[in-house]
Design a protein around this ligand. Structure first.
Ligand code: DLL
Length: 434
C-alpha cells in the first residue's frame, strides 16, 4: 500500500524535473535569506541562476555539521523567527547543540513523509502504534507520532523509559506497531520476558526501527524473537528526523528516500567527488522544500549507496542501502578500518550470543587494542568454561580472518552491559581519555 500514490510512483524523469525546479527555488531562497549561503555563493562566484541542471549541484560547496554549530542557534534559518512553529535539536555527544526550525509547512511535509514511511512498512489506520522513541528535542518521538497520526492510526505516545511499564502498555493497548531504536526494542523484549509477556503472543506485527546502525543479522534476531516484520527507518535531525528514507515491506531491500523533497548524492568522503549509483560512500542530502532550515549538500557522514533500479513495490524513489556505519564511527585499529556493524554481524552468526555488545578500544604500549564484550544467553553462560573459551576463540579468529584485526573477546553473563533507552552505546574509546 502507498500513502501518496501519485508522488511515490512519479516516473523518474518527472521526479528529476521536479527536483530541478525545487533545487533552483531553494538556491534562490537561501541566497536571498541566509547570509551564510550568500557569502558561500559569492566567494566562489556563482549565483542561484547558474544552477541550470541537476548536475550543476556539484558547483555548490558542502554544508557540514560544524556550519550549523557555528551559527547556533538561529543563524541558518531562512525565514523570520515568527514563522517558525517548532524547534528541534540534536545534542550529540560533543560540542554545541544543532538547532533546526520548522515552519507549519515543514511540519506538514514531515508528517506526510513519516506517513509514507510507516505505510511503506505496512502500517494502516487500523493499527495501534506504540511510539517508544524519546519525545522532546530529539526528533524520533514527535516525528513517528506525526506520521502515525497522519495515517489515522491510534498512537500511544509512550516515549522512552519506564521500560517494565511499557511492556504492560504494549500488551494492554494491543499495540500492533512498535517504533523505537532496535536496541531498545530488544530491551523491551527482555523486560517482557521477565514480566512473563511473550511478544510473540501479542498482536504486534511491525517494528519501525532506526536512529542507530543495526545489521541484517540483528533484524533476523528481532523478527524471530518478536514474531514481527522489523523495518528499517532512517532520518537525521539536520534534514528532518525519522522518515527521510524507509524500507518497503514488499522488498525489504533498501530504503526509499523521498526524492520529491530531498536530493541525494553519494560522495567519496575523502575527495568529495560524486560517486555513481551503486558505489558506497558518504550520503549528502539537499533539502528541496524545507523552509525553516534549508540545507544545501549537507554531509551526513553516513555511509551507504544509491539504487534507482525499479523496486517490486512500485515506488520510483531511489533506495539507499542499509547504512553501514558513519565515517566518524569508524574505528582505526592499528591502521585497519573497522565498523561496529561488521563485528555485530560476526557476533550474530553464533547461537546463544545476544546483540548486546560493546567494543572497548584502548592503547597499550602505544598500540591500539580492541576488546569485544558480548553477552551470552543464560543457558550458554551456565555451560562449561571450556565451551565458552572455544567460542571466544572462534569469534576472535573470524574477526581476524574477515577484518584483519587482532581482538580479545570476552563473553559476559546476561545483563552485564548497561541498556540504553535510546541509541545504544557500542563504542567505549578509552584512547580519548589519554
Ligand atoms: O536519529 C532521527 C531518527 C529518529 C531516525 C528515529 C530514525 C528513527 P539524529 O539523532 O540526528 O536523528 O541521528 C541521526 O542516526 O545520521 C545516522 O548516523 C543514524 N541513523 C538514523 N537512522 C538510522 C538507521 C535521528 N536506520 C543519525 N540506520 C544518522 C543506521 C541510522 N543509522
Amino acid at each position: 500500500m502507498l500513502f501518496n500514490t501519485r508522488q511515490e510512483t512519479l516516473p523518474r524523469e518527472e521526479l528529476k524535473a521536479l527536483q530541478l525546479r525545487r533545487l533552483k527555488d531553494v538556491c534562490a531562497r537561501v541566497y536571498a535569506n541566509v547570509s551564510f549561503y550568500k557569502k558561500r555563493f559569492d566567494e566562489i562566484g556563482i549565483k542561484p541562476d547558474d544552477i541550470k541542471t541537476l548536475d550543476d549541484l556539484k558547483l555548490i560547496p558542502f554544508t557540514e555539521k560544524q556550519d550549523l554549530r557555528d551559527h547556533y542557534p538561529y543563524g541558518l534559518f531562512a525565514v523570520p523567527r515568527d514563522n517558525i512553529v517548532r524547534l528541534q535539536a540534536s545534542s550529540g555527544t560533543t560540542g554545541k547543540a544543532v538547532v533546526l526550525g520548522y515552519t507549519q509547512r515543514d511540519l506538514d511535509n514531515w508528517a506526510e513523509m513519516a506517513a509514507r514511511s510507516l505505510t511503506a512498512a505496512g502500517v494502516t489506520r487500523r493499527d495501534v502504534v506504540h511510539v517508544a522513541y524519546g519525545y522532546g528535542l530529539f526528533t524520533g518521538g514527535l516525528g513517528a507520532h506525526g506520521g502515525a497520526e497522519r495515517i489515522g492510526a491510534t498512537v500511544v505516545p509512550a516515549s522512552g523509559g519506564a521500560t517494565r511499564r511499557q511492556t504492560y502498555l504494549l500488551r494492554d493497548f494491543e499495540a500492533t506497531v512498535l517504533c523505537c531504536t532496535p536496541s531498545y526494542a530488544l530491551h523491551l523484549w527482555e523486560a517482557g520476558q521477565e514480566e512473563g509477556i511473550d511478544f510473540r503472543d501479542l498482536p504486534l506485527r511491525i517494528g519501525c526501527f532506526g536512529a542507530e546502525p543495526w545489521s541484517e543479522a540483528m533484524r533476523q534476531d528481532i523478527e524471530q524473537k518478536m514474531g514481527i516484520d522489523a523495518m528499517n527507518i532512517y532520518g537525521l535531525s539536520e534534514i528532518m528526523g525519522p522518515g527521510v528514507a524507509m524500507e518497503c515491506v514488499e522488498a525489504k531491500n533498501g530504503l526509499h528516500l523521498w526524492e520529491d523533497h530531498f536530493l541525494a548524492e553519494i560522495i567519496d568522503p575523502v575527495t568529495g567527488e560524486q560517486l555513481p549509483y551503486g558505489e558506497r560512500g558518504e550520503l549528502v542530502i539537499t533539502t528541496l522544500t524545507k523552509e525553516g532550515t534549508p540545507l544545501l549538500r549537507y554531509r551526513t557522514r553516513d555511509l551507504t549507496s544509491l539504487d534507482a533500479t525499479p523496486c517490486s513495490c512500485g515506488r520510483t524513489h531511489v533506495r539507499i542501502a542499509r547504512l553501514s556505519g558513519r565515517t566518524d564511527d569508524m574505528l582505526i585499529i592499528r591502521g585497519v578500518n573497522v565498523f561496529p556493524q561488521q563485528i555485530e554481524s560476526i557476533i550474530m552468526e553464533n547461537e546463544g550470543l545476544s546483540p548486546n555488545y560493546q567494543l572497548i578500544v584502548d592503547r597499550q604500549d602505544n598500540l591500539d587494542t580492541l576488546e569485544i564484550c558480548v553477552e551470552v544467553d543464560a543457558q550458554l553462560f551456565c555451560d562449561e568454561i571450556r565451551h565458552l573459551q572455544k567460542l571466544e576463540q572462534r569469534i576472535q579468529k573470524k574477526v581476524k580472518e574477515f577484518l584483519g584485526v587482532t581482538t580479545r573477546v570476552r563473553l559476559l553473563e546476561p545483563h552485564s552491559i548497561e541498556r540504553s533507552q535510546g541509541k545504544a552505546k557500542r563504542i567505549v574509546d578509552k584512547r580519548n581519555l589519554l
